[in-house]
Unconditional design. Structure first.
Length: 292
């Protein structure tokens, strides 16, 4: 019989909840009005120096684009998608799942290349000291952490996996909760707030390099098939010239010394134009679980 999540200290719990509250506060920030600027939507990334990195990336983009850039940060994918669909932002670094759901209203700009491919996986993780759990079936009746209800790797894949097993995802676990970032899934599982969780392989592997103490507290028990990496997309009515210019700048990062340095901090090889068919696997999973 599987053990329950390990007891955690009150300090660890307070630290986790405090950081979650800070992420939630991002949702209340208004979009800054800046005539002529390109507005780019982002959700929280894994970097410890996120503010510093985004400031440097913004400056580099402004130099290359020849116009102002405003990063619009929100704590979840849904708000970013809503801003795109309302025409309040121009571009966004989005997950493949919301892209396939709204692909008729959005335009694909570029796809990150990670470890030589524009692909990644969903990882299912458990606490490192849980040696009994070998698959999602072993987590029946346990506590499970999702990242975001619009995340492919952090929500759709485990839902799909359970559906293909003939299970009801809404009742398989005793309790589920959303952390709103992949990093927080790793932390929640690592400190024992959850018996298992679903996380982006790119985030988990990058954390293994930059914050190995976080991933060492977890263990991967399942890896999804390779799927299209979270892409940059544009609102549907974007001016073709703006789209092509932004795409060219992203694709040219590898050839620029400063751009290459920024890619290195993201642990990416570069960007490729990609094709919508890269995300067909995600679309098939969404259709299978009835969330087209």
């Amino acid at each position: 019989m599987l053990r329950p999540a390990a007891p955690i200290s009150s300090h660890a719990r307070r630290r986790f909840l405090h950081r979650a509250a800070c992420l939630a506060a991002l949702q209340a920030l208004p979009v800054q009005a800046d005539a002529g600027a390109l507005h780019i939507g982002l959700t929280p990334v894994f970097l410890d120096d996120q503010v510093s990195f985004l400031g440097q990336w913004r400056s580099w983009l402004e130099q290359k684009l020849g116009r102002s850039v405003v990063f619009v940060q929100r704590g979840n994918y849904r708000e970013i998608v809503d801003l795109l669909r309302a025409g309040k932002i121009d571009f966004a670094w989005l997950c493949g799942y919301p892209y396939v759901r709204y692909r008729r209203e959005l335009r694909l700009v570029a796809v990150p290349v990670w470890r030589g491919q524009p692909l990644y996986q969903s990882y299912l993780i458990v606490p490192a000291d849980d040696r009994r759990s070998r698959a999602i079936a072993d987590l029946r009746g346990k506590v499970f952490a999702y990242s975001d209800p619009d995340s492919n790797s952090g929500y759709l894949y485990p839902q799909y996996l359970l559906t293909t097993m003939g299970e009801n995802p809404s009742s398989f676990f005793s309790r589920t909760f959303f952390t709103w970032t992949h990093r927080k899934v790793v932390e929640a599982v690592g400190v024992g707030l959850a018996n298992g969780g679903a996380v982006d392989s790119y985030v988990w592997e990058t954390l293994a390099e930059v914050r190995p103490e976080l991933t060492r507290a977890t263990r991967v028990i399942d890896r999804s098939p390779l799927l299209g990496h979270p892409p940059f997309v544009a609102r549907g009515d974007i001016r073709p010239a703006d789209l092509e210019r932004f795409r060219a700048v992203l694709l040219g990062m590898t050839a620029d010394p400063r751009g290459s340095e920024l890619l290195g901090r993201l642990r990416l090889d570069g960007f490729t134009a990609g094709q919508p068919s890269l995300f067909d696997g995600i679309a098939k999973m969404a259709a299978r679980v009835g969330q087209k």
